[in-house]
Each structure stands twice: as structure tokens, then as C-alpha cells.
Design a protein around this ligand. Sequence first.
Ligand code: GLU
Ligand code: ASP
Length: 495
Amino acid sequence: MTSNNQNIQDIPQKGFFGHPKGLFTLFFTEFWERFSYYGMRAILLFYMYYELSKGGLGIDQGTAASIMAVYGSLVYMSGIIGGWISDRLLGSARTTFYGGILIMFGHIVLSFPGSLTFLFISMALIIIGTGLLKPNVSNIVGDLYSKEDNRRDSGFSIFYMGINLGALIAPLIVGTIGQEYNFHLGFSLAAIGMFVGLIIFIFTKGKYLGPAGSTVPNPLSESEKKTVFKRFGIGAIIVILLGAITIPTGILTINGFTMIVSILGIIIPTCYFIVMYRSKKTTEVERSRLLAYIPMFIAAIMFWAIQEQGSIILARFADQRTDLSLAGFEIQSSWFQSLNPLFIVLLAPVFAWLWIRLGKSQPSTPKKFSFGLFFAGLSFLVMIVPAIINGTDTLVNPLWLVLSFFLVVIGELCLSPVGLSATTKLAPAAFSAQTMSLWFLSNASAQAINAQIVKLYSPDTEILYFGIIGGISILLGFILFAASKKIHVFMRGIN
Ligand code: GLU
Ligand code: ASP
């Protein structure tokens, strides 16, 4: 993390519910960024597979699901670039700002009726923009507090609430307008959301953040800059040329591209671990901790694979397999996307209380991760019940989806908030600036794998689909639970 403790006295330390004023800026910037992201995702799948006559692009459903996953994967993978740019070139605050601009333009592109090309341009902008913004805005939260400040964890919890409040209202607003009126109007609301976030960021940053996020922790020297820009330029030209040759000639298809991302999703974290493990800067104790981190990272991949299918497979289930009239009232399929963040907002305080209440007798991090896997698995297993009872020709009661989202959130609260903190504690100090990106890589890998898996879902394969994926998650949960004592030893004193 880019902590800069010398300047901590220049950062206003009070002013937002007993927290540094800067938390206000970061809370609302991220609130609006997540509003735009999850609002867009709540209608994107439908926009892709709805027929042209219904305002969609008419893409085949399996391919549309796969694109959702590839997109989600790249959004989190690009965090590596965002981390690097902030670390070596711009500092977190400026990187966040440029990210927000790109995201806003990404949504603007979709605000106009257009073709598949528009969709891909929008995706490219949002992938890079989110890579710049997301890890950095979270990093600055860490910068607001000194290392010893015990408000730090609660600051992150408040920030996490901001994320989920944005994700909660977005489907209700962007989803409703997008589905009832017009998808493009929905996307333009996402753009407006990001615009509001940027305005808040620009106008409160100077006074509230002070120097937080303004330093470049490890700046490139002039000569390094030259080499880097040259390599970057050559790389960009190669990518553009490859695209210009392979796309029009049909060598690179959507499926081919999906496969490349899926492979990258496995190669990138593997290389990350090898580099960290072999680095001279990594100490003996840190190597042991890194080994302990690997099974948890794999568990996180399994967890996010299920959680992220909420906006793909469960969204499709909501749209096509669910009875959307409730007591004479028509509900929109996109509204189901509010269930995850709603349960997070309701239950996060309960979990915070529970962990404090349990104090020293609370489960270790690997155990909490195993609970995450059990509940994620259960959330899929319950989804086989309606098909077993009634087959797949009738519409299902919406409460099944509510139950599924509820279960995955119990798992999310066991895994996600502890996951980031475990990453900061277990990653070698020399790599600490990249911990945020490392944690997001678990989500990126999950969705890279999802890109291959989600194609396999259809009402015909429903029971097998939910059964096998849910079953694997529960099995992995058992294995992790059984190994948790051993893993804990490797963690060398960390909980
Ligand atoms: N859903 C959360 C967010 O959007 C967590 C994502 C993650 O940690 O992978 O911030
Ligand atoms: N719970 C997710 C996250 O923490 C939000 C979502 O999936 O809608 O932001």
C-alpha cells in the first residue's frame, strides 16, 4: 500500500463520522462508480441477448454469458495496470481521476444505439478505467490512516458499505429505466452516476484528502520512462496490428478471445506467485505465509466463480425461469441484482458484531474461507430444487433466487472482508503496493474460468449445472476446513 506516514498530520483526521474527512470523498466516489458498474451489469446481459426488435443486440445466450464473464475478468485483471501506473507514474489520486473519466466515456458510448463495435469500445474503456480507479480508490482509504490507527478496519468497512449501497440502488434505477424504457437510457444513467462521482472527487479532493494518494511511491527515472514508453508503444502497435489482421480475417473470434482470457486468468496469478516466492526480497517467514495463501487464493477463485454468476446465470434464470408477477405487481428481472448488495448491507454489521463477540475464539481465516465455500456451494445446490420438483417448463417462484442470493452473501461475508486483510498480511512486504490488485486477481481468475463454464448452462442442463458446481465448492470447502490447522501453522503467527 502506498502509505505515506510522514504526511499523515497533513491529512484531515476527523470530519466524517469520527473518520478522516477524506473517507467522505472516497466513499461517494466509489459509491457512484459501483452504481455505474453494477447498474450497467444489471442490464448488459439482457441488452446482449434480447432480440433486435426488443432493443437488444440479438447475440446467442451462451456467447452473451461468456462475454459477461470475460468482461468481468478483464475489469479486475486490469487492476494490475492501475496499480503499476499509480505506483510508478501518477500516484493513486490522479490515477483514480483518469480512471473515472474513462469509465464515464465507456458508459456514454453505450448511451447511443449502436452495434457490437460500440459495445466493445465501451467495454475497453470501462476495463481500463476500472483498472485505474478501483484498486487506487481503495488504496487511498488505507493512506488516510497511520499504520497504528485502530480506526483503519472500520474505515474499510464503511467504504465497503459505500460499494454495496451503490450496487444496491443501481439495478433499481438503471435496471428499471433500462428494461422499462430503453437500454441506452439505462446506460446513460450509469454515465451520469460516474459523472456525479467524478464531481464529488474533484471538488472535495483538495480539502479532504490532503496529500493522501498524491505521492508516486516508486517513480520511474527519466531513462526508465523512455524505455517503458518505448516498450509500451511497441506493445500497443503489435496488439493493434494483430487485431487488425486477425479480427477482420476471422482468425480471432469471440470464442478464441475468450479462450485467451481464460488462459491468462490462470497464467497471471501463477506467475505472480512464482515471482513473489523467488524474489530475493521475500524472507523465509514470508515464503511460508505465501504457501499458506495459495489454498486460500484458490478458495477465493471458487467463491467468486459462483458469486459472479449472480449477474450472469442467475440473471438469466430471473429473466427466463422465474415468475415475475408478484401479488399483481410486475417485477423486473434486473432487480434481483439488488439482492446481493441488500443482504450485504443488512448482514455486514451482524457479522462485524459476531467476530467481535467471538473475539479470540473466532474461526481462523482459512476456516472462514471454508465457510465461504460451503455457503456459495449451497447457494447453487438450492437452485436445483425447483427443477427437481416441477421440471424446467414452468416458471419458478422468485423466492428461490432470494434464498440463493441470501446464502451466497453469508459466504461472501465470511470470505470477502477477511480476504483483503489476509492478502495484506500474507503478501511479502516488498509486494505490498500490489496487494489490492493481487486480491482482485482472484476475482479475475474466477471470471476467466467462468467464461468457459457459463456457456454450459441451459434449462436442460440446469440440475447438473448447479449440482456439479455447487458440489465442487462444498467439497473444496471440506478439504480447506480439514487442512485449516496445517495452513494456520504456515501462516506463522498470523490469524
Ligand atoms: N463486489 C465487490 C466490489 O465490487 C468485491 C469485488 C472483489 O473483491 O472481488 O467491490
Ligand atoms: N457484493 C458485491 C461487492 O461487494 C456487490 C454485488 O455483487 O452486487 O461489491
